[in-house]
Design a protein around this ligand. Structure first.
Ligand SMILES: [Cu+2]
Length: 719
């Protein structure tokens, strides 16, 4: 309907002109104000202060500005703690949620690698997998599938989480191996002074049979609570912009129960259990996820305000087990032989189990005012087991004469890999002048890797991997130093840091790429960030340069090797309040990366990307409009990549449009309607995985095309 190029260019040009008009008309209009006094108008997608964020949430949300569906929140006016940590309000996202990766997609610097309708791999500044630490409410997550069908974000049902903490680069040592940074999906704390309830529920429907529901209910009083949360999502196969179906159907559910005891306002003892499962069609390999059966237990004790010098103590224990199965017949159906067919038809099922035990103890000190220390120890045991079975049906002239059915349950689990990691760290921050602080940390980990007998191709081959039946101990270090300055006469917060982090081989590299002997990656990175919060203008700009020694790359899908990588890049988000209630936002992110060892571009680097959006809000009504512009990527290294994907060719650029409208007649209720890919463009992301043939689906696709035009409606209730 709206498929003609002129209309697309016209709309995009109007949006760009709108922003440029704003850029040109008010040079230097942002009159310097005292940073401490900058409140509501000082806005950015991110806020750097978690404590202030929770307490001042209502005020900071009233800025009336959104970018790509995420609430724009005051930054410079917040409390000076934790300056370079970025916080995002997940609950402000007024669109279908998908999983955790879909939340990250809208944040500058993040890209997704799609493999179907859900379960995309998040990538930050071109690096994903275990180079991006993903935590779910403080618990580090990995995944069970050796094809990475279940990245950590696949275990996030966004409706249950309220905030997202983003750390760029190796700027924290709370967790090991933060090569490109970390993200932590946080649940909202239960705060019930009087007997009562906290309720958040959301539901969305959309094209392609999309149905989502999630809820989070806590009942209790000042002494404790019971919290129940969970959700259910499903979708049929989507169509790309040309109407071609992409094998991408999924359904999944999760449920969690938590009991909390809060005998005082600074004490929390909580126990929780979570269950989830799902099925996901996968358009990138010859199998689909048919089971992702997870059970998780979390126990935590938090006690704060203990003493004048000992601020608090936190103890955590976590257990996660995932039983994953993937096969080539449940979702795509058994192959039907032609009437005269004679011969065998084979089927395959693979199972992988991931068992994770993690414990940590953290102490918080404030020996003198302005000097805060956090120190902790953590131990984590991660074990993988695998098995596979094949079935065979033999036909003579189209008639089944022999059937050897699949029976995975009768195949014993093979313990293939066991990691045990013990770490100790300390982070300290010293505020030596109003708003100025130095933050530093150091961390040491000892990792033991023990392998069993690992067979190639996920236990389907008799070939034994060279890394089998071995033991290896590695000592790994991380450290960083950051300086933050809040200017007194200008609403500016600036930060610069140098950091180092080391990451050993992960499960996927050891098992799928036989990379047991590879060296650990060592990233040394300089990061800079600048937040500006004027009356009309706000900006959030971050940049980095990095060298990664012994960076692990893959070749041709079977081999992995260490190289030297150099990267530099930046993300910028600029927002301008054109009129009361009307704001424009512009965003840009870029990474330039080289494989120094090969003298080539670093494979799997995302292209230059920008977005321009307009947001209008009047009383209980709001409208948003966005243009996303992605440049072509011709800096490739053919057949090289990482465990998530390889470069298969250059990718053209594209432009997509989306729009949404929201009505919130009462503060606790919101209904939104929207359309993504408004012009029904056919396109794929550069980091898309290679498409795999699926019976009954067009075989012409080389890469996984993104969904075509999709309408959606979403209702949310927050009591
Ligand atoms: Cu799998």
């Amino acid at each position: 309907m709206l498929k003609s190029a002129p209309s697309e260019i016209g709309i995009a040009a109007t949006a760009v002109a709108f922003v440029l008009l704003g850029l040109c008309s008010t040079p230097g209009r942002a009159e310097p104000i005292n940073a401490a006094e900058a409140t509501a108008p000082a806005s950015s997608v991110f806020t750097p202060a978690p404590e202030a964020f929770s307490e001042e949430r209502d005020e900071s949300q009233s800025t009336g500005s959104k970018h790509r569906g995420i609430e724009v929140i005051s930054v410079v006016g917040q409390s000076p703690d934790n300056g370079a940590e970025d916080w995002v309000d997940i609950r402000s996202q007024n669109r279908p949620e998908g999983d955790g990766a879909a939340v990250l997609r809208d944040i500058p610097g993040f890209a997704l690698i799609r493999q179907g309708g859900i379960g995309s791999d998040p990538v930050f500044r071109g690096l994903g997998g275990s180079r991006l630490n993903v935590l779910i409410d403080g618990v580090p997550y990995a995944g069970a599938c050796n094809h990475a069908m279940d990245p950590p974000t696949a275990y996030v049902n966004p409706g249950e989480f309220s905030e997202l903490l983003i750390l760029r680069g190796p700027q924290s040592v709370r967790n090991p191996g933060s090569i490109t940074g970390s993200v932590d999906f946080k649940r909202s704390p239960v705060e019930l002074e009087e007997p009562g309830a906290q309720v958040f529920a959301t539901g969305a429907v959309g094209n392609y049979g999309l149905k989502e529901f999630s809820g989070d209910v806590a009942v209790g009083n000042s002494q404790g609570y019971l919290r129940l949360s969970g959700g259910r999502d499903r979708s049929n196969d989507y169509l790309d912009g040309s109407g071609v179906p992409v094998f991408s159907r999924y359904n999944r559910w999760n449920g969690r129960a938590a009991v909390g005891w809060t005998p005082s306002s600074d004490t929390l003892l909580e126990a929780s259990a979570e269950f989830s499962d799902g099925q996901m069609a996968n358009a990138t390999i010859h199998m689909d996820a048919v089971s992702l059966d997870r059970q998780a237990v979390d126990l935590r004790l938090e006690k704060h305000n203990l003493d004048s010098w000992l601020e608090g103590v936190e103890l955590r224990f976590d257990y996660i087990t995932v039983d994953h199965e993937m096969d080539d017949f449940t979702l795509r159906g058994l192959e039907t032989p032609s009437p005269n067919f004679t011969g065998p038809l084979n089927n395959l099922i693979m199972g992988q189990q991931w068992d994770d035990y993690a414990g940590r103890a953290t102490l918080f000190f404030e020996p003198v005012e302005g000097f805060k220390v956090e120190t902790g120890v953590d131990v984590r045991s991660t074990e993988y087991l695998a098995r596979a079975d094949s079935g065979r049906r033999f036909y003579a002239a189209g008639t089944l004469i022999e059937d050897d059915p699949i029976d995975l349950a009768s195949v014993p689990q093979n313990p293939i890999l066991h990691f045990i990691n013990a770490g100790i760290y300390a982070e300290a921050r010293y505020a030596f002048a109003e708003g100025d602080q130095v933050i530093a940390g150091v961390r040491y980990d000892h990792l033991e890797t023990e392998t069993g007998t690992m067979h190639a191709a996920g236990e389907t081959s008799s070939t034994i991997l060279s890394g089998s039946n071995q033991e290896r101990g590695q000592n790994l270090w991380a450290a960083f130093l950051r300086y933050e300055k809040r200017f007194r006469d200008y609403p500016i917060l600036a930060a610069i840091s140098i950091g180092h982090a080391q990451r050993p081989h992960d499960y996927w590299e050891v098992y799928s790429y036989d990379a047991f002997t590879l060296n650990a990656e060592r990233n040394t990175e300089i990061d800079a960030a600048l937040y500006f919060g004027g009356e009309s203008w706000t900006a959030n700009i971050s940049a980095f340069v990095s060298q990664i020694d012994d960076f692990i790359i893959t070749y041709n899908g079977i081999e992995a090797l260490n190289v030297t990588a150099r990267r530099a890049g930046a993300e910028a988000l600029v927002s301008y309040q054109i009129l009361p209630g009307l704001s424009a936002n512009a965003e840009l992110s870029y990474v330039y990366a080289d494989n120094v060892t090969f003298g080539s571009p670093l494979a799997q680097t995302p292209p230059l990307e920008g977005a321009v959006s307009l947001f209008y809000q009047r009383e209980f009504f709001s409208l948003g409009f966005e243009t996303r512009m992605v440049a072509a990527q011709d800096r490739i290294h053919l057949d090289y990549g990482n465990r998530l994907g390889v470069d298969t060719g250059k990718t053209p650029g594209f432009v997509t449009l989306s729009a949404d409208a929201n009505i919130s007649p009462w503060p606790f209720f919101e209904i939104g309607i929207g359309v993504d890919n408004l012009l029904d463009r056919t396109y794929h992301e550069h980091l898309s995985r290679r498409a795999s043939p699926v019976p009954g689906f067009p075989t012409s696709l080389a890469k996984i095309n993104e969904p075509g035009r999709q309408f959606w409606i979403r209702i949310s209730v927050d009591l």
